[in-house]
Design a protein around this ligand. Structure first.
Ligand SMILES: [Zn+2]
Length: 696
């Protein structure tokens, strides 16, 4: 100090001394008070160098602010302002040299110090930035300290990596795994936690999807443990509902497969300057040591799970590879390939007569490139054919499947029961502990005794609740088993075809059975539908199915009705035919009652000869022809017809008629005679009334 004190001149002492106290984060402020003390000790230094105590200005309003930039740091800006106006004789700070190297703000401050002849003091000494040697020293020290920092980090990281390489690095473990007293990884001794993890893996294996696993836990009212790594309840086992995210974390975590893994994530700094963890692909993990410690599943099982998750994810993505079985009735959902372009086909449902009927559609082009649908094939017939194929070709395998299903059901129920029982046991145990604590306390110590008693009461209540919950759950499980499931299980074990055909078997189960047996089905629609079935074992089979009738074909008029209409046309008009058919209880192809328009449409469509043509063919004359023949006006013909002087036959419902040849006794004009007295053909009149009736 004495060596450097010659740098301090009266010129410096006339101005003030600025002590800049800096801490980067709030946490440092709290935890690293020692460094704060060191910073304030610098104040004594300034006094020793000759500054008066009242001339020392402490700038510490930047405590808790990040040093990344000067923006937002009021204190630092104030310091720079004071220095640049030449009011500061000296700037005191901790590790100024390091800051001068790393922090461009500080670097600028040093330059300003040089311009305004301001000294710099840190724990090591006094520097005059105007002096070349001092500037060199500051720079060197900065470089050294940066190098030191780097070495320190590298050494730390190196040691870490070495340890990781040997699998000895102690890392936070996922719930269900803990370190024992010798720092070895073991399964959590808490049986309930252990079984919950096991149950998750088992449920995932059964359902094949993370969401279905979450749903199963929710339906069975099961909770999943977690162990917070920070916060007030750090390290405790907490129970809560299982979430989808959590399920995925568990399934993706290789430690459950007993593997030691290091470097699954890396830090990635985003454009906003925030650091986010990023998951690396498997081949970039630093260390993977399978079978490093006990686990819940095997490594193969772990990889299988990842594959399933990947396949599920792909079901929503680019290549819709096998999606998990869903609720809809389309048996081959997720298994159908397009025989034209080789893409995976999707399912659409149409509602037909109140029932959902599937259509397999190849629409990748349409979705991706707004092109045309490649092909679409009605699915009902195909599903039925595949079902039939399974029934006849894989009977022994089917029995096996059925037995497995039965086993699985029983095991699942047992498992759930066990987990619930454990919860009751735990609650009982805790009640017992609370009771003992209460008994041991000195009854005179009212406050403690009261608190313990309240705790005991709480525990008792929880115990009772969990017991009731368990009993309710048991009853539900028993009811399900005793009535429906037992019968079903028996049926499954003995009669696979019956189970298959049973309408109460959920579509999802049927699909799962198909997936056990069939790899995929390639469909091609030409003159008929060709279905290439590829079984899991590699065997293939080709089915040919007729094209199902299209919608319009299904709405066709039955052939016998057409024949009937043809016959009726000989002696009836369209509306007469319609009412005759309705009287006999027939309905049209669309399921409607007949009317003259429908009859007319059918007549035209099937090329049936019209009533007009039939009557003409039989030699009947038009009104024009009769009028010409009898040398009278058409009106006269109508009058004669209406008064029964001429025979006429209606050929349509507008009462337009054709006339048989009047023959030699044709009526002639007789003025002065009443028409009613000249009636020649009394039969014509009633005929006409009938027609009018029909028209009504
Ligand atoms: Zn296609």
């Amino acid at each position: 100090m004495t060596m450097s004190s010659h740098k301090v001149t009266s010129l410096h002492l006339e101005r003030k001394a600025y002590l800049y106290v800096r801490q980067s984060s709030m946490q440092q402020v709290f935890e690293n008070t020692e460094s704060t003390e060191r910073q304030y000790a610098l104040k004594q230094r300034a006094v020793a160098l000759g500054w008066r105590v009242e001339d020392i200005v402490v700038i510490d309003c930047d405590l808790g602010q990040s040093g990344a930039s000067a923006a937002g740091r009021q204190g630092f800006q104030e310091l720079v302002a004071e220095v640049s106006m030449g009011r500061a004789g000296v700037v005191l700070g901790l590790e100024v040299s390091r800051l001068a190297r790393n922090n461009c703000d500080w670097h600028r401050l040093l330059e300003i110090c040089a311009l305004s002849d301001t000294l710099i003091v840190d724990e090591d000494g006094i520097y005059n930035p105007c002096d070349f040697n001092d500037r060199l020293l500051l720079g060197l020290k900065g470089t050294m300290s940066e190098a030191e920092l780097h070495m320190l980090r590298a050494r730390l990281r190196g040691g870490l990596l070495n340890k990781a390489r040997r699998g000895e690095l102690k890392m936070p473990l996922p719930v269900g795994l803990v370190y024992d007293s010798a720092d070895r990884v073991v399964l959590d001794p808490d049986q309930q936690a252990q079984n919950s993890v096991r149950h998750l893996f088992r449920t995932f294996r059964c359902t094949g999807s993370a969401s279905a696993t979450v749903k199963a836990f929710r339906d069975q009212k099961l909770l999943f443990p977690r162990r917070p790594r920070s916060g007030p309840r750090k390290g405790e086992l907490l129970w809560g509902p299982l979430t989808h995210n959590r399920t995925r974390q568990v399934l993706h975590n290789p430690r459950y497969a007993g593997a030691f893994v290091f470097g699954r994530h890396c830090q990635h700094r985003g454009p906003d300057g925030r650091v986010r963890p990023r998951t690396l692909p498997r081949e970039r993990w630093h260390t993977v040591l399978p079978e490093a410690h006990p686990g819940y599943i095997t490594w193969e099982h772990f990889e299988q799970n990842l594959k399933t998750l990947h396949a599920n994810a792909c079901a929503h993505g680019h290549d819709r590879r096998q999606s998990p079985p869903r609720e809809g009735p389309a048996l081959l959902q997720g298994l159908v390939m397009c025989g034209i372009c080789g893409d995976r086909m999707t399912v659409r449902y149409h509602s037909r007569q109140g029932r959902q009927s599937p259509v397999y559609v190849c629409q990748r082009d349409r979705i991706e490139y707004a092109g045309r649908i490649c092909q679409h094939i009605p699915g009902a017939g195909i599903d039925e054919a595949i079902g039939g194929l399974l029934l006849e070709t894989v009977t022994p395998a089917a029995l096996e499947v059925a037995l497995q299903v039965q086993d699985e059901l029983q095991r699942r129920i047992d498992e759930v029961d066990r987990l619930h029982r454990q919860r009751v046991d735990r609650a009982h145990h805790e009640t017992e502990l609370a009771r003992r604590r209460f008994m041991q306390v000195d009854p005179n110590n009212r406050l403690v005794a009261d608190a313990l008693e309240a705790d005991w009461n709480d525990k008792l209540r929880l115990y009772k609740e969990s017991q009731e919950h368990y009993e309710k759950q048991c009853k539900e499980a028993r009811v399900q088993l005793s009535e429906e499931q037992l019968a079903e299980i028996a049926a499954v074990a003995t009669d696979f075809p019956a189970l298959w055909r049973d309408p109460t078997t959920p579509h999802r189960e049927r699909k799962r059975i198909v997936r056990l047996l069939v790899e995929d089905v390639t469909l091609l629609r030409r003159d008929e539908i060709t279905a290439h079935v590829r079984f899991k074992g590699g065997a293939t089979q080709t089915l040919s199915l007729p094209l199902p009738p299209s919608a319009w074909q299904m709405r066709q008029t039955p052939q016998q009705i057409v024949v009937k209409i043809d016959r009726l046309l000989d002696s009836h008009t369209d509306s007469q035919i319609a009412s005759i058919l309705n009287d006999r209880g027939h309905i049209s192809g669309e399921g409607k009652a007949f009317n003259r328009f429908i009859v007319q449409k059918i007549r035209r469509k099937y090329g049936l000869k019209s009533r007009y043509q039939r009557l003409r063919d039989a030699g009947l004359l038009t009104i024009q022809e009769v009028a010409d023949l009898l040398h009278v006006h058409e009106k006269t013909i109508k009058t004669w017809r209406d008064n029964g002087l001429l025979l006429a036959v209606a050929f349509n419902d507008k009462n337009e008629c054709l006339y048989p040849h009047p023959g030699p006794n044709s009526p002639v004009k007789q003025q002065g005679t009443k028409l009613s007295e000249r009636c020649l053909h009394p039969g014509v009149l009633p005929n006409r009334t009938e027609e009018v009736q029909c028209e009504a």
